[in-house]
Design a protein around this ligand. Structure first.
Ligand SMILES: NC(=O)c1ccc[n+]([C@@H]2O[C@H](COP(=O)([O-])OP(=O)(O)OC[C@H]3O[C@@H](n4cnc5c(N)ncnc54)[C@H](O)[C@@H]3O)[C@@H](O)[C@H]2O)c1
Ligand SMILES: CC(C)[C@H](C(=O)O)[C@@H](O)C(=O)O
Ligand SMILES: [Mg+2]
Length: 347
């Protein structure tokens, strides 16, 4: 039976447009010859639109996005737009409005990839980062701004509902993996309100998953083990901000930010999920054609997997593994990597 996919594409800013072009190339290639047809609509959102119209994410566009099977996003953020305008008004608004409560960030050290770690061992874990709560919700404010007596608050919001649903998702993912291990990361020795809610929730939900071994790390200690013993991790569940920080570190130990993929997943499928590289718009290299599109290509693989196209998703991951294995120290341009991956998935 033939199937059509209706994708929304938001290239965004900086290298976002460059890497998304390559991601779509590989998507087209992997679906060539199958009975899956892809239609995509590209949305002009980001710095250009903000400069032209003052808009970040009009309600009408948000409603249109809801009608798609999935969203592919490049990156947002621009040095000429005040920090936070696009990040909050576009990217986070999408994650919140579309209820992307599971921010899925897998990390794997592919054979042949250079890592800064002396003894990396085998690295293959996934961070389940909470995506709709924590200090990201915008529950803050400032008084006496710019004076010596300024007060600035950014309150972390953790709800029983929000913590339970992401913890349950992480347990289910751990249960489905061979090692069946879940590490939850927080800072409950200091953040006693949020931390204890997370701890109690993990203990309670864990009773439904007796085969999953659970351990806990304070977030500061977790950073040590990311460097000294990353092989100990299988599934990690943590809050929005800790997850943000840990996943850049995870990228760094597995070959760099240019390889790190993510999915902003709505597991209940009440709205489309959104797939994007972990990295940002990289203004320092934008326009030079040197950004690594691999993170975006791997995000396309996560997208296909989410839509049930597991064979095509695996074909992309295998192509990336093979490509990375042969890359060595060669420095290829963005489009060359995209072309090489497209050729591999077509074969
Ligand atoms: N999901 C997103 O859209 C997202 C994520 C992170 C940052 N941002 C935004 O992006 C802008 C820049 O942020 P930043 O500099 O902190 O983070 P960044 O991820 O854009 O860049 C950090 C460093 O990594 C390098 N890098 C990033 N992606 C790369 C790739 N694919 N290939 C090779 N090198 C790559 C950059 O050149 C830079 O040196 C800011 O506006 C920030 O808010 C957006
Ligand atoms: C740009 C920013 C809002 C975003 C985040 O903090 O989630 C980014 O750092 C990421 O990791 O996707
Ligand atoms: Mg980040």
């Amino acid at each position: 039976m033939s199937r059509s996919l209706n994708l929304a594409v938001i290239p965004g800013d900086g290298i976002g447009t460059e890497v998304v072009t390559e991601g779509l190339k590989v998507l087209d290639a992997v679906l060539t010859g199958t009975d899956v047809k892809v239609g995509s609509t590209t949305y002009d959102l980001g710095a250009r639109r903000w400069h032209a119209t003052g808009e970040t994410l009009p309600d009408s566009v948000l409603e249109e996005l809801r009608g798609h099977n999935a969203i592919l996003l490049g990156a947002v953020g621009d040095p000429d737009v005040p920090s936070g305008v696009l990040e909050r008004g576009l990217l986070l608004r999408l994650r919140f409005e579309l209820d992307h409560y599971v921010n899925l960030r897998p990390s794997r050290l592919f054979p042949g990839v250079t890592t800064p770690l002396a003894n990396p061992g085998e690295i293959d874990f996934v961070v389940v980062r909470e995506g709709t709560e924590g200090p990201y919700v915008g529950n803050g404010g400032a008084l006496r701004v710019g004076t010596p007596h300024e007060v600035a608050n950014e309150v972390s919001v953790n709800t029983a509902f929000g913590v339970e649903r992401v913890v349950r998702d992480a347990f289910a993912r751990a249960q489905a993996r061979p090692r069946r291990k879940l590490t939850y990361v927080h800072k409950h020795n200091v953040l006693v309100h949020a931390g204890h809610l997370w701890r109690r929730t993990v203990e309670r939900v864990g009773q439904e998953f007796p085969e999953v071994a659970v351990d806990y790390l304070h977030v500061d200690a977790a950073t040590i083990f990311f460097v000294t013993d990353p092989g100990r991790f299988d599934v990690i569940v943590t809050d929005n901000l800790f997850g943000d920080i840990l996943t850049d570190l995870a990228a760094a130990i597995t070959g760099g930010i240019g390889l790190a993929a993510s999915g902003n997943v709505n597991p209940d499928r009440t709205a489309p999920s959104m797939f994007e590289p972990v990295h940002g718009s990289a203004p320092d290299i934008a326009g030079q054609g040197v950004a690594d599109p691999t993170a975006t290509v791997l995000s396309v693989s996560l997208l296909l997997d989410h839509l049930g196209l597991t064979e095509q998703a695996a074909r992309i991951t295998d192509a990336v593994a093979a490509d990375l294995g042969e890359r060595g120290t060669s420095t290829r341009r963005t489009a060359d990597i995209g072309d090489a991956l497209a050729a591999r998935v077509t074969a």
